[in-house]
Design a protein around this ligand. Structure first.
Ligand code: PCA
Length: 207
């Protein structure tokens, strides 16, 4: 099973991005899992698209995107990506589409219920959420699903928003919810496990 996991570089006033720090920590703590490719993407739409489309050509069974959501108090398993480009990177157009004529939204086919259950069992707070915003996180989630849709290539695409890391909150002196880097890294490993187990149980049913 070929899996692409991506995270984002730091953006705005944050000197780190909890999604990338968690992914790096996951690789350090658990090693590079078999069949997994990881990438760090820029928080700039044109560059992001170029990098993403090049990577997707390699063909993945699952693509899991990760991003940071300051203020989130649990891990957010996003359900829906919308065809809306936020004003900050859409040449000043409010609510312009990401893809002209593209469908309004795509819904993930990842087993979010099972992922949430496993995370909670490991005492990691997690929720299923219904809006990834209108910034780059929503964009990468939408564009990956659209890319596969127009090519009729099957792929499970998911997006997970992470709270800040505890060390970011301390460094910035902010009163905001956080989880430790180790907890976030573990959360990625758990997601990966569920995705793998789910894929093999699908295969059994089809066979
Ligand atoms: N979070 C932003 C963009 C990059 C990231 O990590 C978002 O939620 O869109």
């Amino acid at each position: 099973m070929k899996i692409l996991i991506t995270a984002f570089e730091p953006y705005d006033h944050w000197s780190e991005n909890s999604s990338w720090e968690a992914l790096s920590e996951m690789l350090k703590a658990y090693g590079v899992p078999q069949g997994v490719t990881t990438r760090r993407y820029p928080v700039e739409l044109a560059d992001l698209k170029a990098r993403l489309y090049k990577d997707l050509e390699h063909g993945f069974d699952t693509v899991l995107h990760l991003g940071q959501s300051p203020g989130a108090s649990s891990i957010h398993l996003e359900t829906i990506a919308v065809n809306i480009a936020g004003v900050t990177y859409n040449e000043g157009r409010l609510w312009g589409p990401l893809v002209e004529g593209g469908p309004t939204a795509y819904q993930t086919t990842l087993p979010l219920d099972s992922i949430r259950r496993e995370l909670l069992e490991e005492r990691i707070p997690a929720s299923i959420t219904y809006h990834a915003g209108t910034y780059l996180c929503n964009a990468v989630f939408y564009l990956t699903q659209h890319w596969h849709h127009v090519r009729q290539r099957p792929c499970q695409v998911g997006f997970t928003h992470f709270p800040l890391m505890t060390q970011q909150v301390v460094e910035h002196g902010r009163e905001m919810p956080s989880l430790t880097k180790q907890e976030l890294a573990k959360a990625i490993a758990i997601q990966l496990n569920v995705i793998r187990n789910n894929a093999s149980s699908h295969a059994t049913v089809i066979a």
